[in-house]
Design a protein around this ligand. Sequence first.
Ligand code: MOS
Length: 754
Amino acid sequence: MTTTQQPPGTSPIGRDTKRIDGARKVTGLARYSSDFNFPGLLYAVPVEATIANGKLLKLDTSAAEKMPGVRAVFHRGNIGQIFRSTPAPGFERVCLERRPPFEDDVIRYYGQYIALAVADTFEAAKAAADTVRATYSKEKPNVEAHLEAGSDPDVVFTGYGPVPRLQSHRGDAEAAFASAPVKLDETYVTPPETHNPLELHSTTAMWDGQKLTLYDSTQGVVNMRGVLAQMFGLAQEDVRVVAKFLGSGFGGKLYPWTHVPLAAAAARHLGKPVKLVVSRRMMFQTVGHRARTQQRVRIGASRDGKLVSLQHDYLYHLSMIDHYHEDCGEATPFHYSVPNLRVSFGRARRNIGATADMRGPGAVPGLYATESAMNEMADQLKIDPVKFRILNEPKIDESINLPFSSRHYVECLNLGAEKFGWSKRNPVVGSMKRDGLTLGWGMAGAAWIAGRFAAAANMQLRDDGTVRIACATQDIGTGTYTILAQLASEKIGVPLDKVEVDLGDSALPDGPISGGSLATSSVIPAVFKAADQAITSLLIVAVSTPGSPFFGHKPEDLALEGGRIFVKAEGVAKGVAFGDVLRQANARLVTGSGSSEQTAFAPNPKFSMHSYGCHFVEVTWQPEIARLRVSRVVSVMDAGCILNPLTGRNQIQGAVVMGIGMALFEETTYDPQNGAPINSNLADYIMTVNADAPPIDVHFLDYPDKEINELGARGIGEIGLAGVAAAITDAVHHATGVRLRELPIKIEDLLTSA
Ligand code: MOS
């Protein structure tokens, strides 16, 4: 399937390695969830509420039920019981909209599912869904953009447990701010953003007696298994979730949404497999979005640029009955040294679908606000923004008084400045020109969590010299298949094309969600332990099989290198390929299992563990025609050991592209009359396309973080988005003189400058 990419005997770790599934993807052999078809398959199309606040009084399904090819129209009266799943401690059985579909007749957001048409073809199901008539009692929906804190208690319940609204504090932030020689007090606003992965959400559900199987576009097969088992009152082992390939998800696919139990319930009633593909419009309504945030940042500093006070008080919106916490204050307490600090939040409920994780949840909008404020403060102080950050570099994590496991933020800043040519920056607004264009240069820092989820893996070493590694994590598209192949290749010493990787099936050993940028760091110890156990088993076969070249040796006298078993005292040159030893023993394979515990979010950490980075951005500005472009980006990331720089750079580049969208394009707009997302399609919801994407020069520092796992690899899926928007808005200010504090920047905001 793939070609050997490294010379024999050299480590694949840290080497540019193409995706091993690339050929399958570009030739169409990779099967995404909605590509699986089964005999007797039926198609389901949900009916969406066309109000955002009120009650469903009457549902007329009679005409729809009589249409050709229609098998059933399900609704509250006939769907049967779907139980509420219950939260578990940690990241288990997470579900961001807990209310089972059709549970009551209250409509809380536009597009909420009120019925489900099932038919022999997609077209018949769609026609039937469109024919269902609903009668409502309507109230005016609250989709107000301006946020004010609701009346929440001091500790709020969230999907991840109770969270105090005074999130972090030290010293006396208010008094220190009041007496600070230089002050900044600004509010930054980020809009609701909608996940728009290419692949739509989809579920194909089927039953075999009491056993439920789902082919689902999920970032977490194990989590979904747990949630769906509860929703149908099943034992966990009676549910299987398969997700072989994902056309990305950006966090929207981390946890199951309401269409999943609907498909499962329909399949149970009809005794046939049922496929439900969420439409692009529904993607804006029922499968999560990034919350709107409104963040007040107050900074007090001395005239020589030392922070004396930092207050970050933020608000976010959430749906009427869910609990998702948009943790904008995640990075604020440790990012800079400051003796007086307060981070707090409030929440505002809206008639909008559930909010959810979206790439760099919390920290990405949070760092947009705090890094923007840092740039504005540097400007006030007339100190270079890079220097201002370095001046306030902490020695330890001051919020928890713990050392950093590995932090090289200052080196990121210095290297970024050097690669970008920052020393040539003239800070005077509009002063830099090239080819008749005004240039704007801006920068910002980044941080993101690091740690591990629990993971288990199984390895086979087989008599044909191949290796299989299996884990119930999944490849969201970023290269998890390739990373596991590299890890197996590293331990066994066979080329990548001798490694088969099996992911995306909850029947495999439990693996982590493809989330939090933690999948890679989580699987390393499990894969390595599985390999060690398989090798031990192999060596026992080698010494215990009569006729084996190693018969009579002790296992501890032997080793495996380059796929060959050898006597340590004799050296690898006299080794024998492990497949030969297995064949000689008439053994098809040996296996090994390994697992490791969750360390992320653990109660008593020994270190503060994060990744760091920064972005330097150039924009070009043509005031005559109000044309703004991001023309160049340099990003530096300190994310531990980089296992695969090729896919790693892809990750950061993709995130920077998304950051350009965050700064300049992306925004979900709700109609104040009916509460509908207005721009719920790819023509009106503007995202960065190739023509908007500049050259993005990515550098990794590559310091292994030995506190996280054997290889010192953290994660890189999300950090690349953190800070990009703040760097862009700073560059826009440098070019135009306009300071914008509400995203996305619109061209009309810049017309004041000429
Ligand atoms: Mo990421 S938002 O944890 O998929």
